[in-house]
Design a binder for this molecule. Structure first.
Ligand code: DQA
Length: 163
């Protein structure tokens, strides 16, 4: 008789169909230019480095994350509608939309008023920068805000959503 098969530990593979909590990680305008865009403020790592880091952190936290970036306000609004329709919590860096987009605020409010969580993140600390960055029209409808920790702002948001 052959020896019984050695049990193999399951690898946490992120699929959209399992029961683990699913999070949309959304990044707004100009964040696709990370690495070359004002590296003294945003660092020298690229957007694709950010996505790899988020995937790694999500796997460690045993959640499933899907990362997307857009320069288009309408597309971002549609993704927030999708989060509500598919019951996914959201990490969002609204980038410059933070400071003036009431359309995005209203869409973010749909997320949180539907009982889902939405964490606003920023790589830099907008409060410590130019005056126009001190206003966030998103914060008032967000579950919470994390700013000023570089890529770790996203990591801390994923930790919060893993609880
Ligand atoms: C940012 C801060 C915003 O003021 C700016 O417009 C961005 C990035 C941040 O991550 O620090 O594009 O959201």
């Amino acid at each position: 008789m052959s020896a019984p098969a050695t049990p193999v530990a399951a690898t946490p593979v992120a699929t959209e169909s399992d029961s683990r909590s699913r999070v949309l990680v959304l990044s707004g305008p100009n964040l696709g230019r990370l690495g070359t865009r004002e590296p003294e403020i945003y660092g020298s790592d690229s957007y694709s480095d950010l996505v790899s880091s988020c995937k790694q952190w999500a796997a460690e936290l045993e959640i499933v994350c899907q990362a997307r970036q857009t320069d288009d306000e309408a597309e971002m609004v549609r993704w927030l509608h999708e989060a509500v329709a598919t019951r996914r919590d959201v990490v969002i860096n609204p980038a410059a939309f933070t400071h003036y987009s009431y359309a995005l605020r209203d869409a973010a409010a749909l997320v949180t008023s539907s009982g889902l969580r939405l964490v606003e993140v920023h790589l830099s600390n907008p409060e410590a920068r130019e005056a126009f960055r001190h206003t966030s029209v998103i914060s008032g409808v967000a579950t919470g805000t994390i700013a000023g920790f570089g890529f770790d702002s996203y990591r801390l948001a994923l930790v919060a959503l893993s609880c």
